[in-house]
Design a protein around this ligand. Structure first.
Ligand code: ZN
Length: 110
């Protein structure tokens, strides 16, 4: 059985070897937002200086049970991604928890 991944933005579906939506340039997720949180808006958590740090912060959040999405702030522009800022998004109810988790890292990175 092929696991389908979804773009949380445009909701297109992809086989699971695709990691990013080609239109939105954001990370695909393994299911659409859980029903009970379907109406919770995504909110901007912070901006990471590059993709490596964005992915690291996202992993830290995941380890703490907070789902997040990464958006290339330079989306829709064909540029080398190295060094371009990446924005992290979490669901609104998770934002305070997410900020607390990332607090030590955010202070370090700035
Ligand atoms: Zn998309």
């Amino acid at each position: 059985m092929t696991i389908m991944l979804y773009c949380p933005n445009c909701r297109d579906q992809f086989e699971d070897w695709v990691k990013k939506c080609p239109d939105c340039q954001i990370k695909l997720v393994d299911r659409l937002l859980e029903t009970k949180k379907e109406n919770e808006p995504l909110v901007n958590l912070t901006t990471a200086p590059n993709e490596g740090i964005a992915v690291m912060w996202s992993d830290i959040l995941k380890d703490n049970g907070v789902r997040s999405l990464i958006k290339n702030a330079a989306m829709n522009i064909y540029v080398q991604t190295y060094g371009s800022p990446y924005e992290l998004y979490v669901l609104e109810p998770d934002i305070e928890k997410a900020k607390k988790i990332l607090e030590p890292f955010l202070e370090q990175g700035q």
